[in-house]
Write a protein that binds this ligand. Sequence first.
Ligand SMILES: [Zn+2]
Length: 377
Amino acid sequence: MSDAQEEAERQHQDNSPEAEEQSSDSSDELEASGDPEMDLLRNLFSRTLGFSSGEKILDELSLEGVAQYIKSGKCKNIICMVGAGISTSAGIPDFRSPGTGLYANLQKYNLPYPEAIFQIDYFKQHPEPFFALARELYPGQFKPTVCHYFIRMLKDKGLLRRCYSQNIDTLERVAGLATEDLVEAHGTFYTSHCVRFLCRKEYNLDWMKEKIFSDEIPKCDSCSSLVKPDIVFFGENLPARFFTSMKKDFPLCDLLIIMGTSLQVQPFASLVSRVPKSTPRLLINMEKTGESDFVAGLLGFGGGMDFDSDKAYRDVAQLGTCDEGCLALADLLGWKEELQELVKTEHDLIDSKDKKEKAEADKTASGTEGGKTDKTD
Ligand SMILES: [Zn+2]
């Protein structure tokens, strides 16, 4: 084979749809660590060139420094990575924190362990606990938080590249982010599918909502198999969109804002190391997290957060609630009033819509027992 042929052959292989499919479907673990060889090379280069002690993007490692950087107009591709902590002030309990009411509520279902409720194999045998929880956590019963609207403001101002969320409460959408603004890494309630591999019929939110609130286990119209909202259960792959978007977005990211996540769940947590070495990273969280451990650093897979060492040059931790952190940042940016106004307007809108829906539901359900699904506030 001539060199030219060989080159053509190689290109064909690289571009073939099978190759694309394989790379996006490959195991989470592989994706999580990215391309170890390239990471190693990058690390070697940055060390040899002494990059980390060189170019400093932030004037100071503080929220003020980040605000200055945003105001300078030099960043236009902000990525937000968010987790349960941004929704707790909306009243949605963090499933992973022990001691929340959620665990107590789950006890009546005799789960072998609390996470079983999100385990795909368990779900297929015992779907009831999940749907009971779904009724409780149903999207639309909660209002987005200050933090959600701060992300919306980033979008409105043309600064948001994408929001990567671990949450399934869809509050990002309620706050005004569109499908293209979002990567719902752990899936969404927005659509549902029949779990039978050969059927996979799709159902919309209204259909699922009706089943959930009528206390019925959702079954497929065509094949009577279980129908499951498109949230990612333990034991399932992440949406292909997570991997394809990640590859395009993170090399372009010029400011990473991580909010309300303890960065414990892979492959989501590993995203922080995918931004360029010069990209500032702001963590808004109750405690510091994501710092790389010693062994990973030695192996060259570092990329973890470094807030405090004498080599720290781009990572800022703003400790406290996500709402407080976003308000403080908005204040420094001169956006505070605009943010508060946005929150108020949007919340009023949701309230008036709720009232209308409740009134209509009362009309149709008057006298029947159907009104039992009301939550006590
Ligand atoms: Zn089906």
